[in-house]
Design a protein around this ligand. Sequence first.
Ligand SMILES: [Zn+2]
Length: 468
Amino acid sequence: MASNRKLLVHGGRVLLASGVEPVDILIAEGRIAALLKDYPSPDVDDVLDATGLVVLPGAIDGHTHFIPRDLEADSSDKPDDEGFVHGGRAAAAGGITSIVEMPQAYPSTVNARTFERKRALSERDAIVDFAMWGGISPLTSSEDILGQVRSGAAGFKAYTSNGDPDMPGLSDIQIVDALSLLRSTGLMLGLHTENESLLQAYQARLRASGRTDPLAHAEARPAILEIEAVARAILLAEYCGGRLHIVHVGSPRSAELVRSAKARGVRVTAETCPQYLALNLEDLARLGPYGKCVPPLRSQEEVEALWGYLGDGTIDCIASDHCGYKKEAKEPGRSNIWNAPNGLPGVQTLLPAVITGARQRGFSWEHIARWTATNPARLWHLAPAKGSITPGADADLVLVDPEWEWTVKEADLLNAQKWSPFEGKKMKGRVRKTILRGETIYDDTHRERITVDPGYGSFLRPSVPTGG
Ligand SMILES: [Zn+2]
């Protein structure tokens, strides 16, 4: 579906491997054909004026829950919260050109059959390109895992705790078995790391004491839940040599464990999310259920420390963990925090929040591109087609006005459920255009804003080097 027209992105400051440079990007057949220093260049059909804009590689969100609903397989009355059409529009508006969709679905993807069904449903609706996580529950067999590998899983998600009824936590031996089985595939085991027995105990105490306020949610999940599970997962990965990825790191103390594990050669990578970089306990108290996520928001001191672990390369990437819950689902948590589900929407605000926070702290555009594009492309084996502005790569670009200051307003959100924990937050740096495989998919100035139809996005199969 790539356009055959030759397009020149002219006049922007472009993030290349060598740094930000004033080059023009020649795009042909959906790919970056050349980086040009001299203008005018020969023979193009269109010139896109990027004067005054920073051109970054399209962002890759490694952690979304768009959860397309398979109506044939699921007759329950579970709500259709997001889906690929709305989720993809919001992603495009946020400068994201590819996502890696989590295995949750109705039904969840835990074998080749459910994986293929979800892939087909998602291909019908996709706005942005997408890879898919496979899922591992305690009932998933080795054959079910390998079936998902053959179907094109880019990584595997599992839990150490019982947060998701469809995917209960794995036992330690199941984690060892999964890491060992995946070792030869080169694919990661992405773990949601919380200690279940501590969680149950803390939660029971707080409930028994009558606490129902928002901060009780954070107190029921002190950092030790995450730290213990991260430490255990790292030790298991070190023991069996598999590739471990810690999703949504919320505590700097677990980041420190990742740092020292990396230093001694353990194959571990880590992700954090904008909510842990831009929101804190005061926001949880203010937002109530609309700030309820897992792990919970932490203190501003911990927020600042996480930025440090991004800066030194301990944390590899930033993903949204986008969950598009309906307000009706969250609202009961206003009077009693326990009555709201865990999760926040964030696909549209991911890149702006990272740009804003990173620049406030003196980080460069190179850092921003590394955390949001280059590293995710490497972790989920989407490079070299994705994640960098290099000749031969897909022409996936986001054009950002670096000086534009704006405020997050729910009315501007394109996801299905119009709310955001970032509502009212000031951002500096605005996405003006998002280009996927040479096609503009989002245009800030266009009346419709989204300029492609559902189905434009394609399934991405990981390009895993043979032998893992
Ligand atoms: Zn998640």
